[in-house]
Each structure stands twice: as structure tokens, then as C-alpha cells.
Ligand binder design. Structure first.
Ligand SMILES: Cc1cc2nc3c(=O)[nH]c(=O)nc-3n(C[C@H](O)[C@H](O)[C@H](O)COP(=O)(O)O)c2cc1C
Length: 181
């Protein structure tokens, strides 16, 4: 049976690449659900992810429990593997420090230990090289369940050249499939 993939989308320009990732997964028969941070909705609209994933997009932490249950717990039960693409410096740092101030960070914190989480960071080179961010990356990489796909080198949306590009959708897709074996 095909697995359930939870995709977290943070507020970066490269969230347009996440559309292609979702398309690849759905085409291959995976069930896909998307959680977006509030700031992520400034980039690609929830409607795009809703249409591509053929599922509602999750945004809010707080909904009437009667209507939808306790969403962050239901989502952790539904998920076989979680992928955050793009992972911003902000959300990376929150996760590394156990901060749970939105639905995405709360679900990640509440996911059972056995469920893997793949990170596809994307950010400006200076952000990626910032020692505080690197310290947070090291902290997460030290824990077995987190799988980091290192950002690629190239021209960034801000015009700089360097490390920080989100890994390509095909690379993330291959990592998901390999991690599910
Ligand atoms: C045009 C634009 C592009 C951005 N791209 C990125 C990015 O690629 N990576 C990143 O870490 N932050 C990026 N930011 C900053 C984040 O959007 C900002 O830190 C935001 O608070 C992150 O929110 P989130 O982690 O809750 O999604 C960008 C901001 C703007 C205005």
C-alpha cells in the first residue's frame, strides 16, 4: 500500500519547486497532505497545494475540536514520513529548539520517534552559513531521525551566487522513496 506523505511548506521563494515534488508523489500513487506556515501563504497559495495534493491544506492550529478533531495529533497518526520543503532558517531554528508555535512545528515535535523527517533547507548563503543556523543544523543532524538534504550551490533568488538552493524535487522524491524502504 502506498504511504502517507506529510509535506511542510515554509516561507521561501523555492516553495514553487514543492509543487513539482507533490505532483511527482501524487502521480506515483502516494497520499499527500500539506501544512503551510502562515508566512508561506505569501508565496504559493494554499489553493495550488490543495489542487496538486487533492487534499485540503492545513494552516491553522486552532479549529473547533468537534469539527475536525485535534488536528496536530491526527496528522501525526496519518503520517508515514514528513518532508519539510523548503525549510526556512526560521522554522529550522524553531524545530531545533523545540518551539511549537504553529501547526507545522507542533506536528513535527509530536511525531513519534519512529517516523522520519526529511529536511530540504533553502535560504540565502549568509543565512545558511550563519553559525547559529549551522549550530541548529548540527543539533538536528546529531539526532538519527532527521535527514538533511544539503542545499545546492548556484544562483539564488536574491541574486547572490552560493550555497542555499533548495534541493531539486527529483532529489527529494528519491530520498523519500529510499527512506520508506
Ligand atoms: C522574497 C522572500 C524570499 C525569502 N526566502 C527565504 C528563503 O529562501 N529561506 C529563508 O530561510 N527565509 C526566506 N525568507 C524569509 C522568511 O520568509 C521569513 O524568515 C519568515 O519569517 C519565515 O517564516 P516561516 O519559517 O514560518 O515559514 C524570504 C523572505 C522574502 C520576502
Amino acid at each position: 500500500m502506498k504511504k502517507n506523505i506529510l509535506i511542510g511548506v515554509c516561507a521561501g521563494i523555492s516553495s514553487y519547486k514543492t509543487c513539482e515534488l507533490i505532483r511527482l508523489l501524487v502521480k506515483d500513487g502516494f497520499s499527500v497532505k500539506v501544512i503551510m506556515t502562515e508566512s508561506a501563504t505569501e508565496f504559493v497559495t494554499p489553493l495550488v497545494f490543495q489542487t496538486l495534493s487533492v487534499n485540503m491544506v492545513y494552516l491553522d492550529m486552532f479549529v473547533p475540536a468537534k469539527e475536525e478533531g485535534i488536528k496536530h495529533i491526527e496528522l501525526t497518526e496519518w503520517t508515514d514520513i514528513c518532508v519539510v520543503a523548503p525549510l526556512t532558517a526560521n522554522t529550522l531554528s524553531k524545530i531545533a529548539n523545540g518551539i511549537c508555535d504553529n501547526l507545522l512545528t507542533t506536528v513535527i515535535c509530536a511525531l513519534p520517534e519512529a517516523k522520519k523527517i526529511i529536511f530540504a533547507p533553502a535560504m540565502n548563503t549568509n543565512m545558511w552559513k550563519n553559525p547559529i543556523i549551522q549550530e541548529n543544523v548540527d543539533k538536528l543532524q546529531g539526532l538519527k531521525r532527521y535527514i538533511f538534504l544539503n542545499p545546492g550551490r548556484g544562483f539564488l533568488a536574491c541574486g547572490d551566487y552560493g550555497e542555499g538552493r533548495m534541493p531539486e524535487p527529483e532529489e527529494i522524491y528519491s530520498k523519500i522513496k529510499a527512506s520508506l524502504k
